[in-house]
Design a protein around this ligand. Structure first.
Ligand SMILES: [Zn+2]
Length: 425
C-alpha cells in the first residue's frame, strides 16, 4: 500500500515537475538507428554504414562499429540519410502566409487566442518537417505568447520544435507598423517601441519575460512606400546589445540597408537578418567582427510570388537583390545562417530556404552544415544541438535518399526524433 501510494505520488509529482513526461527517460531502452548513411552535421561528406546509438535524451555513440546493446530497440532506415535535426534560423510561428491574410490584418484583427491556436499547428508542422529547433524572431503583435508556446512544447502538451524566442522584438518609435491611421489614435504595433535609455529597459523587460534572443529593427520604412532607412542610432543599439549580452542573450538585427547593417555590426549584434542592400564593405566588416548573416531568400521569393512572379528568370528586383547580397556575403566569407522568415510562407515549408541557398550557388553539403552545426554555433547552442556526436541532445532526422547529392531530399523526411523521443516514423 505504502509503495503504491509512493509510486502514485511520484507519478503526480513527475507530471507536475518533470513536465517533459513525453521525453525519453533513463529507464527507456536505448535506440540503435541504422540508416544507409550518416551526415553528422560537421563533415560535409556522409558516412556510409554508420549507426547512431541514442540513450534517454542524448546521443551515446556514432560511428561504423557501434555495438548493439542487448535491450536496444533497433530502427532500420534503409536507403535513408540520418542528419542532425535541422535548425530554422528565422521563423515567426505566430504569422501565417501573407497571401492568406495580410500582415496588417493579422496584427490588427486576429484575436490572440486564434493566433496562438494557429501557432500550435505551425509548431507541429515545423517539427514534422525535420526542424527540431527554431529561432523565432518576434510574435509580430502577439505579445509574449511565444513564451507560453515554448512552455507547452517543453511540457509535452503539444509537439513542436525547441524554441529560442524573441517575444515582442524592439523598434524605434514611429518606425514600424501597421501604419496609415489617424496619428492621434493608438494602433496596435507589430513590435515594442522604445528609444534611448528606455530601449535598455525594454530589452531587460523582454529578457525577464522570457526572451532568449533580443531582436532589434536597425532600419525600416518610416512611411508606407518609402525605402528602408536607419532607425536606431549605433549608440542605442550598442547599449541594447550590452544589456542583452550581459544577460547571456544573443541579439538579432533586422537590417536591409548598408548603413543599418553597419551600425548594427559595430554595435555588436550577433546576426543580421535580410541584408538586401549589403555592400562588399559591410560584408567584409561582418566577416571581421564575426557577425552571422541570415539572408532570408525564401521571404523575398515568397513575397514576389504573391505579387504575381512565376519563378522564372528574369527575377523581379527584390529577388535579384537578395541573391546578389547572398553572393557578396559568400564572397566575403561571412558565416551564413539558414533561416527563411517562415511564416511569410507556410510553416512546414522551411526547407525552401535550404533549396534556394543551393539554387543560388552554395554547395548542398555546405548548406546542410550551416542548417545544423552552423546555426547551432551562431545561436551559442553548439554544445547541445546541431551535430550527431556523443553527448549532444538526440535531435535526429532521416530523409529518403542523400540530400548532399540532391538537396530536395530534405523534404522527404521519414523519421523525426527530438530529445530521444520519436515523433514520426
Ligand atoms: Zn522576420
Amino acid at each position: 500500500m505504502m509503495i503504491r501510494l509512493t509510486a502514485a505520488l511520484c507519478a503526480a509529482l513527475c507530471a507536475a515537475l518533470c513536465a517533459p513526461a513525453a521525453s525519453a527517460t533513463a529507464t527507456n531502452p536505448p535506440y540503435l538507428l541504422k540508416p544507409a548513411r550518416v551526415f553528422d552535421g560537421v563533415d560535409p561528406k556522409p558516412h556510409e554504414a554508420w549507426t547512431v546509438l541514442v540513450r534517454a535524451d542524448k546521443i551515446e555513440a556514432v560511428g561504423p562499429n557501434v555495438p548493439t546493446p542487448a535491450d536496444a530497440i533497433v530502427i532500420d532506415l534503409p536507403g535513408k540519410t540520418l542528419l542532425p535535426g535541422l535548425i530554422e534560423g528565422h521563423s515567426h510561428l505566430f504569422l501565417h502566409p501573407y497571401n492568406e491574410t495580410s500582415w496588417d490584418d493579422q496584427v490588427l484583427h486576429e484575436p490572440l487566442a486564434l493566433r496562438t491556436a494557429r501557432a500550435t499547428v505551425a509548431a507541429k508542422a515545423t517539427l514534422l518537417a525535420g526542424f527540431t529547433t527554431v529561432r523565432d524572431l518576434g510574435t509580430e503583435g502577439a505579445g509574449y505568447a511565444d513564451v507560453g508556446l515554448k512552455q507547452a512544447i517543453e511540457q509535452g502538451i503539444i509537439p513542436g520544435p525547441r524554441m529560442l524566442v524573441a517575444t515582442r522584438a524592439l523598434v524605434a518609435t514611429g518606425a514600424y507598423g501597421p501604419k496609415g491611421f489617424e496619428a492621434n489614435v493608438a494602433i496596435p504595433q507589430g513590435a515594442e517601441e522604445a528609444d534611448g535609455a528606455n530601449l535598455v529597459t525594454a530589452v531587460r523587460h523582454q529578457i525577464g519575460a522570457g526572451a532568449d534572443v533580443v531582436k532589434l529593427y536597425a532600419d525600416y520604412h518610416w512611411r508606407p512606400g518609402e525605402p528602408s532607412r536607419p532607425t536606431f542610432s549605433q549608440a542605442e543599439m550598442q547599449a541594447a546589445v550590452e544589456a542583452a549580452h550581459s544577460a547571456g542573450r544573443i541579439v538579432a538585427a533586422h537590417a536591409n540597408t548598408a548603413e543599418g547593417m553597419r551600425r548594427a555590426v559595430l554595435a555588436g549584434v550577433d546576426t543580421i537578418e535580410h541584408g538586401g542592400e549589403g555592400t562588399p564593405e559591410v560584408f567584409k566588416l561582418m566577416r571581421e567582427r564575426g557577425v552571422t548573416y541570415c539572408p532570408t531568400l525564401a521571404a523575398s521569393d515568397a513575397v514576389a510570388r504573391y505579387r504575381g512572379w512565376n519563378g522564372a528568370d528574369p527575377a523581379p528586383p527584390m529577388v535579384a537583390q537578395a541573391r546578389k547580397a547572398f553572393g557578396l556575403a559568400r564572397a566575403a566569407g561571412v558565416t551564413l545562417c539558414v533561416g527563411g522568415d517562415v511564416g511569410v510562407f507556410a510553416h512546414g515549408e522551411n526547407a525552401r530556404e535550404i533549396e534556394l541557398m543551393v539554387a543560388a550557388g552554395m554547395p548542398a553539403a555546405q548548406v546542410l552544415v550551416a542548417a545544423t552545426s552552423g546555426n547551432a554555433q551562431s545561436f551559442h547552442m553548439g554544445d547541445q544541438i546541431g551535430a550527431l556526436k556523443p553527448g549532444l541532445l538526440a535531435d535526429v532526422i532521416a530523409v529518403e535518399g542523400d540530400p548532399t547529392r540532391d538537396i530536395h531530399a530534405v523534404r522527404a523526411v521519414q523519421f523525426v526524433m527530438k530529445g530521444g523521443k520519436v515523433y514520426a516514423k
